[in-house]
Structure formats: structure tokens, C-alpha cells
Design a protein around this ligand. Structure first.
Ligand SMILES: NC(=O)c1ccc[n+]([C@@H]2O[C@H](COP(=O)([O-])OP(=O)(O)OC[C@H]3O[C@@H](n4cnc5c(N)ncnc54)[C@H](OP(=O)(O)O)[C@@H]3O)[C@@H](O)[C@H]2O)c1
Length: 247
């Protein structure tokens, strides 16, 4: 019998994170969820023997506390996002996703686990791969995105978190492997057929759509299916609903 996998989840009270939590538990995976308020977790998960809830502000945890929660985890999933309000977008912490990503990866590194831990980040199609690999953006779209990152802290934050994974963790870290999942416009709805692409598919001005349930499904596959992980680790897969694909 293989041993049960354990995932540390942050952002589990969010729209996508809640679905990730539910689907992980449905697959019998043990989950440690660090949340600001356990009362905001999805209904029905309370009391699940595979769920451990840590009520804490992630960025306020001391390094040793964070490492204690990371110890023994096979994977870490971050579905953090800036709350959509004036305070959430322009208030502190403007670098929520970058700081959380950095702290979680450095925490894993400090533990020196016997096998690399998977770090899975909820990113966005507004995030670019480096070195012009995402070639589908035109000059106007690039200028728009540049302005967006300047004006909206969350856009800049998502890009910097992905840049950290690519540049500072890199492709062959001894203790951390990673994938940054890039959904398009998020939708409600059940798990359905979806497509995965290495690069961007649509312009920001003609977006595709992605069910949050599909993001959750793909993240669970990354945790549980070694072939899926081998295909996408170190990459920034774009995920869109098959029904939304226009090609
Ligand atoms: N909206 C879209 O169409 C779209 C498309 C692609 C990608 N994305 C990206 O996807 C990500 C998640 O989106 P979502 O709609 O699922 O998120 P969401 O529902 O807004 O959830 C955000 C999560 O982050 C947590 N959080 C926010 N500020 C925090 C802080 N200071 N400290 C600790 N936790 C904090 C929230 O906790 P609380 O419950 O305690 O507030 C919540 O669990 C975002 O980064 C977004 O940029 C969005």
C-alpha cells in the first residue's frame, strides 16, 4: 500500500482553493489548510479526519512554525489571491503571493526533505513566461499588460511570484519542484473537459474561460499522477475549458 499523500494548502477559503480542498479530500489525500478563518472553509469539510486546519495569518507565522506545518508534506498548493476590494487590491500586503511563494519554498528548502516537494501555484494568463516564450501577445497587449502591472499590484505580484519560481527555484532544485497553473477567466461550474497548453492561447482582450473546478482537478492530478507531474513540472501550463477553445 502506498503511503497517504499530504498536501499543505493555502488559500483554501477562496473560490478556487475551496474546490481544491474539496477535491483533495474526495481523493483521500490528507490536507493541512492554513487559513485566516476556519469558518470560511467550504461547507461539509469540517470534521473530515483527513483535514487539519491551522488558523493563522500565513505571512505572520514564524519560520519555525511554517516549517513545522510543511514537515512531511509531499506537495504545497497556493490558491492565494488578493481580495477584490479597494483594500485588497491596493492595501498591504501588495506582495502577498510573492511573499507566500518565497516563504513556502524557502521553508521546504530549510527542511531538506528526502524527496523533492511539489509546489503548485495558482497563477494567471496575465503572467508571462520569460524570454519571450509566450509569443502570442501583440505590441498593444504587451503595453496594456505593462501598464496593468504598474497600476494594479495583484498583476505585478502574480508575475513576480512566477518569476521567483523560474529564476530563483529554477528547473533542477534539489528540494522543490514547481508548476504555475495559468487559468483564464474563472467560472463556476463542475469539472468538465479542459485543455492544457504550454503557452498562451488567447489575447487578454478576447479571453477564454476556465471552470474553477477544472483548475482544482488539474492541481489534484499534478499531486497524484506522476505522468501529469513529469509533463508539467517547471512549466506554466495554461488551462482553459475545452468548450471555450476557439481553435
Ligand atoms: N478572477 C479571475 O478570473 C482569475 C483568473 C485567473 C487567475 N486568477 C488568480 O487566481 C487567484 C485566486 O483566485 P480566486 O478567485 O480563487 O481567489 P479568492 O476567492 O479571492 O480567494 C483568495 C484567497 O486568498 C486568501 N487571502 C487573501 N489575502 C490574504 C492575506 N493577506 N493573508 C492570507 N490569505 C489571504 C483569502 O483568504 P480569506 O478567505 O481569509 O480572505 C482566500 O483564501 C488570484 O491570485 C487571481 O489573481 C483569477
Amino acid at each position: 500500500m502506498p503511503t497517504k499523500q499530504t498536501v499543505l494548502l493555502v488559500g483554501g477559503t477562496g473560490r478556487t482553493g475551496g474546490r481544491v480542498l474539496q477535491q483533495l479530500l474526495d481523493r483521500g489525500i490528507a490536507v493541512r489548510a492554513i487559513v485566516r478563518s476556519g469558518a470560511k472553509l467550504p461547507p461539509g469539510v469540517a470534521g473530515n479526519p483527513n483535514l487539519t486546519v491551522v488558523e493563522a495569518s500565513l505571512l505572520s507565522l514564524r519560520d519555525e512554525e511554517l516549517q513545522q506545518h510543511l514537515r512531511g508534506c509531499d506537495a504545497v498548493i497556493s490558491c492565494l489571491g488578493h481580495v477584490i476590494s479597494l483594500k485588497g487590491i491596493f492595501g498591504s500586503p501588495r506582495d502577498l503571493v510573492t511573499r507566500a511563494t518565497t516563504r513556502l519554498c524557502r521553508g521546504v528548502e530549510a527542511l531538506q526533505p528526502p524527496a523533492p516537494v511539489k509546489f503548485i501555484l495558482m497563477s494567471s494568463v496575465s503572467v508571462n513566461r520569460p524570454s519571450g516564450l509566450d509569443t502570442r501577445r501583440g505590441a498593444f497587449e504587451r503595453a496594456f499588460l505593462w501598464a496593468l502591472c504598474g497600476v494594479l499590484p495583484p498583476a505585478k505580484d502574480n508575475q513576480r511570484a512566477a518569476d521567483f519560481l523560474q529564476a530563483s527555484v529554477g528547473p533542477s532544485h534539489r528540494f522543490v519542484e514547481w508548476a504555475a497553473v495559468r487559468p483564464d477567466s474563472l467560472l463556476e461550474g463542475d469539472v468538465s473537459d479542459y485543455e492544457l497548453h504550454e503557452g498562451l492561447v488567447s489575447s487578454l482582450f478576447a479571453p477564454d474561460s476556465t471552470n474553477m473546478a477544472n483548475v482544482a482537478h488539474f492541481m489534484c492530478e499534478l499531486v497524484t499522477n506522476p505522468h501529469t507531474w513529469a509533463e508539467w513540472q517547471g512549466k506554466l501550463p495554461v488551462i482553459i475549458n475545452a468548450a471555450a477553445a476557439k481553435r
